[in-house]
Structures are given as C-alpha cells and as structure tokens.
Design a protein around this ligand. Structure first.
Ligand code: DHK
Length: 144
C-alpha cells in the first residue's frame, strides 16, 4: 500500500500566520508542512502537501490522490461550507479521509457549523489549532 498521505488545504490558508492570528494562530503553513514532514519521517510515511485558493485545483488533487494516496487529510477551509463538488470528489477516493479545521467551527458563525465534507470523513478534528493536522497523521500511522 502507498505510504503517501495527501494533506490538502483550501482557500486563504496560504496566509496562515498573518491571517487573523487570534483565530488561526501564529504558525505559517510552511511551519505546519515542516512539522508534518518531520513526524511523517518518524512514522515511515510520506506527505504530499498542497494548498490552493481554487476549488478546481483541490478537486484535481483529490483525483490525483485516487491512485497515489493511502489517505487524505483535508482542511477545505471556506469550501467546507459550500462545496458539494469537493464532497463528490472525496466520494471517488476509496481510502480514509480526515477533515481538519484549525478553529472550532461550531463556536463560530452559524454558516460555519455545517461542513459538506464531514459526511464523507472518517473523522473530524476542529478547534485544536494546527495540532489537528499532526493528530490526523497519527491516525494514519496506526494503520487505518
Ligand atoms: C478555515 C477557514 O478558512 C474557514 O473558512 C473555516 C477553517 C474554518 C479552519 O478553522 O481551519 O470556516
């Protein structure tokens, strides 16, 4: 089986660290990538790390994962709340999906309370900051 976990990040997460740090924290996406790479190495896993502000590019990456990935960790960001297309793409992927939100979407505006992706995800981690990505990686390490 592939050792590669796709870590997909949606719109505005390229600004992590400078974007509303009181909500999303001070760590940049490059910091998150670095931490995940380090842990993946220890766990014997590989990481394909990707961010896009475009829904179509995220969908294309999910299609690519179909033949290459053992699992997907996805923070669809605002597309969580709007994108049936990303849900449909994830439904074509036959391995586990873990959804991550840095903030606790349930404590925020009501339009953030529903995520289309959650219907597909094996698990959802929200509100634990960027640690959520690492916890999702641990899930794959245990041999899901
Ligand atoms: C990130 C975003 O950009 C928001 O649109 C979501 C999510 C929450 C997060 O907490 O990581 O509503």
């Amino acid at each position: 089986m592939s050792k590669c976990i796709y870590v997909l990040n949606g719109p505005n997460l390229n600004l992590l660290g400078s974007r509303q740090p009181e909500i999303y924290g001070a760590e940049t996406l490059a910091d998150v990538h670095r931490r995940l790479l380090g842990r993946a190495l220890e766990l014997g896993l590989e990481i394909e790390f990707f961010q896009s502000n475009s829904e179509g590019e995220i969908i294309d990456k999910i299609h690519e994962a179909r033949s290459r990935a053992r699992g997907i960790i996805i923070n669809p960001a605002a597309y969580s709340h709007t994108s049936v297309a990303i849900l449909d793409a994830l439904n074509t992927f036959e391995q586990p999906v873990i959804e991550v939100h840095i903030s606790n979407i349930h404590q925020r505006e009501s339009f953030r309370h529903h995520s289309f992706v959650s219907a597909r995800a094996e698990g959802v981690i929200a509100g634990l900051g960027t640690l959520g990505y690492l916890l999702a990686l641990e899930y794959f390490a245990k041999g899901s």
